[in-house]
Design a protein around this ligand. Structure first.
Ligand code: C2E
Ligand code: MG
Ligand code: MG
Length: 232
């Protein structure tokens, strides 16, 4: 999990589940390498369900340690196209006993645009079940702004590339934040690596940030420790 931080208080606001494969010979394999293979073979479906189950389990464990940490789970393109996706997710969350409000699903802009009509139906169903929806890697997927207002979105995650460029030119980030707020969405900046970026993002009214400046992805029990820590 990689924690997300609220930029105002500099405290943990949630955690994103990031899948890792511990290979016996190759060591830790990055998701960019194995997720395309899971998608090709169809294994992404059971693996993603395991991720959701595991995330719900960890949310409960954090809760019993005294911390209410919302969790975000990435959905793959292939999973998103499954007809019964929202039913499966709803059932998994319900059987875990976790409050659906603590579950956020991240969908990339390009996934949404592959079949926007289907996407609207799935997102509505998840949203009606009380879960939150975030658009991942925002700004890289050529989304139609006309569609954007029709999706039941809670958060936009600004892609790392814009955050990297921000110190040179903050126009894009500023514009995304303003547009998101006008539409009623909260904003999360991805890949924040420097204090300068964090300060600038806060000044531009971006609410949350994620990145190596705050924390690297880590095992579930370390999240509790960070929650117990004071502000970063
Ligand atoms: P993402 O959802 O956009 O996740 C952000 C990626 O940026 C993560 O890479 C994270 O480790 C990395 N990152 C975070 N902070 C920084 C930073 O400050 N600097 C830099 N350079 N990188 C940072 P990771 O863990 O390798 O994941 C890559 C992608 O794989 C994810 O992008 C997501 O699209 C996908 N993925 C990961 N876990 C899952 C999963 O369970 N299911 C599905 N469908 N996709 C997943
Ligand atoms: Mg993500
Ligand atoms: Mg991203």
């Amino acid at each position: 999990y990689q924690p997300k931080y609220r930029l105002r208080q500099r405290r943990v606001s949630g955690a994103e589940a990031l899948l890792r494969w511990k290979h016996p010979e190759r060591g830790m394999v990055a998701p960019e390498e194995f997720i395309p293979v899971l998608e090709e073979t169809g294994l992404i479906v059971p693996v993603s369900e395991w991720v959701i189950k595991r995330a719900c389990h960890d949310v409960r464990a954090w809760r019993s340690a005294g911390f209410n940490v919302p969790v975000s789970v990435n959905l793959s393109a292939r999973q998103f196209r499954l007809p019964a996706l929202h039913e499966r997710i709803k059932a998994l969350v319900a059987s875990s006993g976790v409050d659906p409000k603590l579950i956020e699903l991240e969908i990339t802009e390009s996934q949404l645009m592959q079949d926007p009509h289907h996407a609207i139906l799935v997102m509505r169903a998840l949203c009606d079940a009380g879960m939150r929806i975030a658009i991942d890697d925002f700004g890289t997927g050529y989304s139609s702004l006309a569609y954007l207002t029709r999706f039941p979105i809670d958060a936009l995650k600004i892609d790392r590339s814009f955050v990297q460029d921000m110190v040179r030119d903050k126009t894009i980030v500023r514009t995304i934040v303003e547009m998101a707020h006008t539409l009623g969405y909260t904003v999360i900046a991805e890949g924040v690596e420097t204090e300068e970026q964090a300060t600038l993002l806060h000044r531009l009214r971006c609410e949350q940030a994620q990145g190596y400046l705050f924390a690297q992805p880590m095992a579930a029990d370390n999240i509790e420790r960070l929650c117990a820590d004071g502000p970063r």
